[in-house]
Design a protein around this ligand. Structure first.
Ligand SMILES: Nc1ncnc2c1ncn2[C@@H]1O[C@H](COP(=O)(O)OP(=O)(O)OP(=O)(O)O)[C@@H](O)[C@H]1O
Ligand SMILES: [Mg+2]
Length: 245
């Protein structure tokens, strides 16, 4: 019998309550290898909260997050990253005074193969590892079309390129799942189009069982698609907000 395909990321009845507010309730999703899924909903629907639940920033009050069928309950954010979940933030978080390439290299921390003494005395082991990390970082910058910006201070990049740098840094964690929280927010149409280039998603599907949040590949969003937000009123989704697109 063929082996049943397991989702890379799965949630079961995931939910969180802040005081009396049920921000996310009964959120069920399965994401398979190679899939690209968008999470859409109006302002305050709970998209960022889902991302925070999927990365250990918030501890769910109900339900489970599984990565390759392994529950991540009780794990800290750095353990989510080590397990293979990477993200970007709705409000960009970079080391603004560091260069572009330094920002990417910070994400390799868990892979560093030299110790403090190697770093202090600049041993051959240090230089070899540094060279490898620089090459890997340059590859990731090239994927994000930032290779000619490697030595620029992050704060001096235009907004759209800062967003791309966040993505490069998330990719550097060697993740299994990449979560992008409103990656196109604040970008102009050209930057958004560039971000969408090479977009592999071609399947549209919904997450059953949640009235407010739907998972949906970005470029198949129907403008007439309607959602029920936290308050219960029907609202129009915000264009492509909340999508990886
Ligand atoms: N730490 C918290 N404490 C209390 N309430 C919170 C907390 N985090 C989120 N919320 C509430 O949960 C709800 C969902 O917020 P969330 O930021 O996840 O929405 P969103 O879908 O990402 O919205 P937007 O499109 O504006 O980014 C909101 O009512 C918000 O005020
Ligand atoms: Mg949000």
């Amino acid at each position: 019998m063929p082996e049943k395909k397991l989702p890379v990321l799965e949630t079961k009845k995931l939910g969180i309550t802040f005081g009396g507010l049920k921000a996310v309730q009964d959120f069920n999703i399965q994401i398979y290898q190679g899939e690209l899924v968008g999470l859409i909903g109006p302002n305050g629907a709970g998209k960022t909260t889902v991302f925070n639940l999927l990365t250990g920033v918030y501890v769910p009050t109900e339900g489970t997050v599984l990565l390759n069928d392994v529950p991540l309950n009780g794990k800290k954010t750095h353990q989510f990253v080590a397990a293979g979940v990477a993200r970007t933030f709705q409000n960009i978080r970079l080391f603004k005074q560091m260069t572009v390439i330094e920002n990417v290299k910070t994400a390799f921390t868990k892979d560093i193969r030299y110790n403090m003494l190697d770093a202090t005395f600049r041993t051959p082991k240090f230089w070899k590892a540094e060279k490898e990390m620089t090459e890997k970082a340059m590859d990731l910058l090239a994927i994000c079309h930032l290779e000619d910006k490697a030595d620029v201070i992050a704060a001096n990049l235009p907004y759209g390129q800062q967003r791309k740098l966040e993505i490069a840094r998330a990719l550097a964690t060697n993740m299994k799942v990449l979560l992008l929280d409103e990656p196109a927010a604040g970008m102009n149409p050209t930057e958004t189009a560039e971000l969408r280039r090479g977009h592999p998603a071609d399947r549209a599907r919904h997450v059953p069982g949640d009235e407010r949040l739907r998972a949906h590949p970005g470029h198949r969003l129907r403008p007439d698609h309607r959602f029920r937000p936290a308050g219960g009123d029907r609202q129009q989704p915000q264009g492509h907000r909340g999508l990886f697109g």
